[in-house]
Design a protein around this ligand. Structure first.
Ligand code: F6R
Length: 338
């Protein structure tokens, strides 16, 4: 199924609106599926997912989602160096939309040299070359890597569920569900536009727990890249052991805390969110609490990701900035190549 023709690839809004459809767009081909099934029968020590920026976030989301059910560790590496303990008993998933990100390429080369079984997720580039004779999952071209996130998530869900021997998610049903959840936000008090209007001119600090902590990170990155402004993220419970001491300055720096609340919070975690909000309120700063009604943890994670993406695009429009271009990333790359 190819819906890329219907998406305006020069518009971030159009790409984000296509998020639910993109989830069902790429199915693992027969050969890749067969190799993943073979991986699942082999004894392996762990799964290592490589990727930077937009390509790295999907790995972090999946790691948080599947770590509870995995019988071996899942780690994410966003660096040049592959840890020494990633030996040939580890499965390495190389993720780079462009296929040319130097940190990912460097770590992937080390995985190949160590004899690790690999799978690559890319549109081509060096990663494709290095993966010759190895399984590759190709993505449709033309997207900004960060807008390709739904493609990257859905492919990694399929790969991890197969390797870990879990019940496979039906991506078509899942995509429909995410679409119907997104439709419930329109014209309500929690529409992404309303949240964007609340944070404009201030510094949003997204705070999440467990599977919603990489969503908090995604929110920060999307506000940085799409809305071209400052944003931060934080994780409960770690926040309560250090960052909370800085809340006295939230008013001065115009920081607006945004809690990503989960239906799956344990009692201790819920108490910590409520207590953190109270401490911040005692400093005179109101927080925003966001919740999304879903039936499963995976739906919560993916729908929340779409929701924060939508906030970033609304904020970009309010700020009248170009949400697609990433000029500073490009000039940094130019400086590095000099
Ligand atoms: C650009 C973006 C970046 C890239 C990153 C890595 O839209 O989101 O964060 O994802 O520079 O590039 P790729 O994804 O091509 O490996």
């Amino acid at each position: 199924m190819d819906i890329t023709g219907e998406i305006d690839l020069s518009s971030m809004r159009s790409m984000i609106n296509a998020f639910p459809d993109l989830i069902k767009m790429v199915e693992l081909n027969h050969d890749v599926m067969k190799q993943m099934k073979e991986f699942s029968r082999e004894q392996f020590r762990g799964i290592c997912i490589l990727g930077m920026g937009g390509s790295g976030i999907a790995g972090n989301l999946c790691k948080e989602m599947y770590s509870d059910e995995a019988y071996a560790p899942i780690i994410c590496v966003s660096d040049y160096i592959l840890p020494k303990y990633v030996t040939k008993q580890w499965i390495v998933i190389g993720v780079s939309y462009s296929g040319n990100t130097e940190e990912t390429i460097s770590a992937f080369e080390q995985a190949v040299n160590r004899g690790c079984p690999t799978i690559s997720i890319t549109t081509g580039g060096r990663l494709e070359v290095l993966s010759e004779g190895r399984p590759i999952c190709y993505l449709p071209i033309g997207f900004q890597p960060r807008a390709a996130l739904p493609l990257l998530i859905s492919v990694q869900i399929q790969i991890l569920e197969t390797i870990l021997g879990l019940i496979p998610t039906d991506m078509k049903v899942f995509s429909k569900k995410i679409n119907s959840i997104a439709n419930t936000w329109k014209n309500t008090s929690i529409s992404p536009k309303i949240i964007a209007n609340e944070i404009v001119g201030r510094i949003p600090l997204f705070i999440g727990w467990q599977h919603l902590s990489p969503v908090a990170y995604r929110a920060k990155c999307q506000i940085n890249e799409n809305a071209k402004t400052v944003s931060f993220f934080s994780v409960i419970p770690e926040n309560n052991h250090n960052e909370i001491e800085g809340t006295g300055m939230y008013g001065t720096f115009q920081i607006v805390p945004i809690f990503l609340r989960s239906k799956y919070e344990t009692t201790q975690i819920s108490k910590r969110f409520d207590a953190t909000e109270r401490v911040i309120l005692d400093e005179g700063v109101r927080s925003i609490n966001l919740r999304i009604e879903t039936d499963t943890k995976l739906e919560e994670l993916v729908a929340f990701t779409l929701y924060v993406d939508m906030i970033s695009i609304e904020l970009a429009d309010i700020r009248k900035v170009d949400s697609v271009s990433v000029e500073r990333i490009a000039s940094l790359k130019r400086i590095l190549s000099e």
